[in-house]
Design a protein around this ligand. Structure first.
Ligand code: BES
Ligand code: MN
Ligand code: ZN
Length: 496
């Protein structure tokens, strides 16, 4: 929803108007092109840096209004720190966008560090950082507040050495950025608007980018025996859905990779109802499903060369008169029976059936599920890492690497037979909670009972998918976490 901010690439040139942004390292070193653009200012930058004590520290900036000698209305110099350290260019793009004053309508960024012009891929990295930082969700604001900080509409020109190269590199990033924005929008939407049927309709819109979409309604799910998922929706007036999205960009018939998302459109806790404080945040309990939709969009829009499926379980967890109770026993699609101990441990019930269905129907190379599954993972890892649980070391390693590369970081947690035992039930094959201890692990053990031997990873994104600490490239409550991570995983290892 940052439609007002437009990015375009152009050759290096001094702008005729608007904000001019350049970079300097911690020795106030400028690149050669930047030096020539600033030549007419007669060392203005150096003099202003002295007055303002600007030292080029990473992320700092020097803001000069009406710079003498330039046609630009404002010159902003952004510090990139030690010349030898390569700054993270996506983050740098976010920093750039954050420095552009809300009043600006036009801006020019000279994409050159002290070492010289950025390569096309690097320029595109800066661009995606700018784009993600510019995201705002204002759909439900009918008034603008005085002094609002974010640029709402501006034409921004990124100057590069090789324009066609930068545009080509940007095409893929553009697709990924659109996927992240879609995921953020879905997480930010209120729960009265984005209930399961509406969420499925939004997933269905991926048809526009070439994704095949099927939606299973309650009748179809009943026929399949998805009673664990359906049990969660029983207390709600809203019907449940499963959406199946397919992108076939690889060899015909080749096994797909599979992404599965928890889509609890609102989680009251059900009969085991949650306390009132911050319950509104539980509109974001579909962040896993949002990520899967955003990722499928990204893969299709950049025409990824692989087969991928995305499956999302969409329910609303409410305490209605027909709601399931603690003590109920449900038979999952797998045939395994589950004793409901706490109706607030609903995400694993939804995922149990969707994982089982995905595994049997698609025989995927791997399955990765994303779920805002437990408060305990937020206690353990805060907003910095998502919890990673997996039965496959290689997949874990790859996810870890992709996390370090994108900044969407994961931390592996254990799965063992001793933890698994904690969810054995007196009355059924298993129970849906394992008691106070190791809450995120017992939740993951539960999921593992529905994946058989399929290489699988579970990402508990309760701390990262929503309401996480704002950073250089995200100021939004719904973070879109996971889209860039999984896009990178796929690009690095699963595209031919
Ligand atoms: N959706 C919640 C987990 C959650 C908590 C997500 C905080 C985001 C922020 C999940 O359905 C839940 O309620 N989990 C319970 C499990 C417990 C009943 C075993 C929890 O974490 O308390
Ligand atoms: Mn819950
Ligand atoms: Zn939940």
């Amino acid at each position: 929803m940052s439609e007002g901010v437009k990015l375009a690439f152009a050759p290096f040139a001094a702008p005729a108007r608007g904000v001019l942004i350049v970079f300097a390292d911690d020795e106030l070193r400028l690149g050669p092109v930047t030096r020539s653009i600033l030549e007419p200012t007669d060392d203005l930058m150096i003099r202003a840096a002295g007055t303002e004590r600007f030292t080029g520290k990473h992320g700092s900036s020097l803001d000069i209004v009406a710079p003498a000698g330039l046609k630009a209305s404002r010159l902003i110099v952004i510090g990139t720190g030690k010349g030898a350290d390569k700054p993270d260019l996506v983050k740098l793009g976010g920093i750039v966008m954050g420095k552009i004053p809300a009043s600006a309508t036009e801006g020019t960024v000279v994409l050159e560090l002290g070492s010289g012009p950025l390569k096309p891929e690097q320029a595109a990295d800066v661009a995606i950082g700018m784009r993600l930082r510019a995201y705002t969700f204002n759909r439900y604001k009918t008034r603008r507040k005085e002094g609002e900080d974010q640029v709402q509409s501006a034409r921004l020109t990124l100057c590069v050495g090789h324009v066609p190269g930068a545009r080509k590199a940007w095409a893929d990033r553009d697709a990924v950025a659109a996927g992240v924005e879609l995921a953020r929008d879905l997480v930010n939407e209120p729960p009265n608007v984005l209930f399961p049927v509406e969420f499925a309709r939004r997933a269905n819109e991926l048809k526009k980018v070439g994704v095949a979409v099927e939606v299973l309604d309650e009748k179809a799910m009943t026929k399949l025996g998805m009673n664990a998922l359906l049990g969660v929706g029983k207390g709600s007036e809203q019907e449940s859905r499963v959406a199946v999205m397919r992108w076939d960009g690889g060899k015909a018939g080749a096994a797909p990779v599979a992404f599965i998302g928890k889509g609890v459109c609102f989680d009251t806790g059900g009969i085991s109802i949650k306390p009132a404080a911050s319950m509104e945040d539980m509109k974001g309990d579909m962040a896993g499903a949002a990520c899967v939709v955003g990722l499928m969009h990204a893969l299709a829009a950049r025409k990824a060369k692989l087969n991928a499926v995305g499956l999302i379980g969409l329910v609303e967890n409410m305490p209605g008169g027909n709601a399931q109770r603690p003590g109920d026993i449900v038979t999952s699609m797998s045939g395994q029976t589950i004793e409901i101990i706490n109706t607030d441990a609903e995400g694993r019930l939804v995922l149990a059936d969707v994982l089982w269905y995905a595994k049997n129907r698609f025989k995927p190379k791997f399955m990765i599920d994303l779920a805002t599954l437990t408060g305990a993972i937020v206690v353990a890892l805060g907003n910095e890492h998502a919890g990673l649980f997996s039965n496959d070391d290689r997949l874990s390693e790859r996810l870890h690497e992709a996390g370090e590369a994108t900044g969407e970081r994961v931390w592996r947690m254990p799965l063992t037979a001793a933890y698994d035992k904690l969810i054995d039930s007196k009355f059924a094959d298993m129970k849906n909670t394992g008691g106070r201890q190791a809450g995120s692990i017992t939740a993951a053990q539960f999921l593992q009972r529905f994946v058989d031997k399929t290489p699988w990873a579970h990402l508990d994104i309760a701390g990262t998918g929503m309401g996480s600490a704002p950073n250089e490239i995200n100021k939004s409550w719904g973070s879109g976490w996971g889209v860039r991570l999984l896009d990178r995983l796929v690009a690095d290892h699963y595209e031919k």
